[in-house]
Design a protein around this ligand. Sequence first.
Ligand SMILES: Cc1cc2nc3c(=O)[nH]c(=O)nc-3n(C[C@H](O)[C@H](O)[C@H](O)COP(=O)(O)OP(=O)(O)OC[C@H]3O[C@@H](n4cnc5c(N)ncnc54)[C@H](O)[C@@H]3O)c2cc1C
Length: 508
Amino acid sequence: MGNDKEYQADRRKFLVSMGLAGAATIAAPALKTMAADSSTVWAEEHEIVIIGSGFSGLAAAIEAKKLGAKDVVVYDKMPYFGGNSTYNGGLFAVPNSPLQKEKGIKDSPEIMAADQLKAGRGVADKELLLHVAEHAGEALQMSLDAGSEYFPYLQQLGGHSVPRTYQTTVASGGGIIRPLVEQCRKIGVKLVTRAKFDTLIFDDDGKVIGAKMLMGHYFGRDQEGTPMNIKTKRGILVATGGFARNINLRQAQDPTLTEEVTSTNPPSATGEALLEMFKIGAIPVHMAYIQTGPWASPDEDGFGYVSNYSIYNFAHSISIYIKTGKRFMNEIADRKTRADAQLSCRDDNGDPLPPITITSYIHAKEHPTMKKVLKYGVGWKFETIEEVAARFNVPLEPLKAQIKEYNGYVKSGVDEQFGKPMEKAKGKFIEAPFVVVRNWPKVHYCQGGVKIDVQARVINSADWKPIPGLYAAGEVTGGVHGVSRLGSCSIPDCMVMGMTAARTIMKS
Ligand SMILES: Cc1cc2nc3c(=O)[nH]c(=O)nc-3n(C[C@H](O)[C@H](O)[C@H](O)COP(=O)(O)OP(=O)(O)OC[C@H]3O[C@@H](n4cnc5c(N)ncnc54)[C@H](O)[C@@H]3O)c2cc1C
């Protein structure tokens, strides 16, 4: 503890030398970090302050209230709630779930964490993965209690060894966010939009005791907002999501992720709160691991309709390299494996040649997104394979031979080409008529962020101890998933770590 005090005293001395201590009432300090003193004017005080209204922020608010918190406020910089979580596909991985038990699927938190560790190329945080998997059922229950509805079947997404993924009946994270927002309102959580977090404020002991917010902020318009210092009694949870839409920050990690590489994320995913935490000593982890989604389409903006359509259909479809008419990947490998394989599909000049994914119409139509894909012209129906080959300029005979070969794997249950698990393809032969979409990866998820411990406390680079009063959950945290996150594993991560943060804060 003595060392802690010394370090915090040194940090305060440093800030004083920078002319920053006592700068809480200055509108635009040169370096934004702020130390509070007697001149600090507090506009409001709340028991718990949560920044960000996605899965992690809302789950934390509900859990805190459940544990007896009287005064919880959630701020969001946008004019609406939910961030990435609303855009989300509503796919939610839960091991040992009621549906798995009903369908006789053997699973466990250990098996789910092992799948994630494998996709993360071994550098994921095993302790956090296990913690999330062990509590994922509680998060699912929180959403059900709030009123979320799920399809009565499970999907097996790429990289998962068994079917364990629920999906909301609206095939969107909105099917979770809307009920959580309603639940927050019902139990008296204060929800504030257009409130942008700007700066953390700490006391003489280095404890985070408040935040400078810009109220009435208007994202994307020239309206920064009115500065207000908000004090907290118990702590601040930063739940501000990833930085996929911050081109400078993502290019600083990976120069190939230029402006031309589009993203599935909403414009709010800019990561400034992350940088703010780095400033006060939080540890950056895995910032260069930025995931691209292999189910996205070059024929529409953002996540669009094709992503959800492909996620559901890949298990019983074939992806074809247009130049050869042959498959080039396991259609349900982990995301990185598939995105890398797709990015290698090039024409003779080295330009992108997005592969096509062919699904039998009879199976494609089982998912509600197919209608939208066809309606909005981002996928097409064909009566014969000859039509498919002609439309996309694929060599016909190799394509026919590939389909015949693949249908043999459907029959035998063993994919001798790419080792794809064929359980979900059972009996689903590739037969006319067909639905075809094109796929090309888009920036989707940031595995990097601040280091937290299993209690959602933000760890300090100076002494490897938690920064007092500061907690983080969700995509703003780093290192949980390693090199590549498995699909449907962010919802459990965000909600469980939000709930965990609330439990830790309420014990503090
Ligand atoms: C299109 C799409 C589909 C996806 N589908 C799935 C899926 O099906 N299953 C799955 O598991 N994962 C999926 N993901 C990933 C998952 O949705 C995200 O990782 C998750 O929503 C992140 O939640 P969060 O709570 O960490 O942050 P977010 O949901 O992004 O919320 C962060 C909030 O913080 C606010 N904010 C940011 N900065 C500030 C600031 N300075 N001040 C105040 N507020 C701020 C933002 O406006 C935002 O509302 C998908 C992602 C996308 C983009």
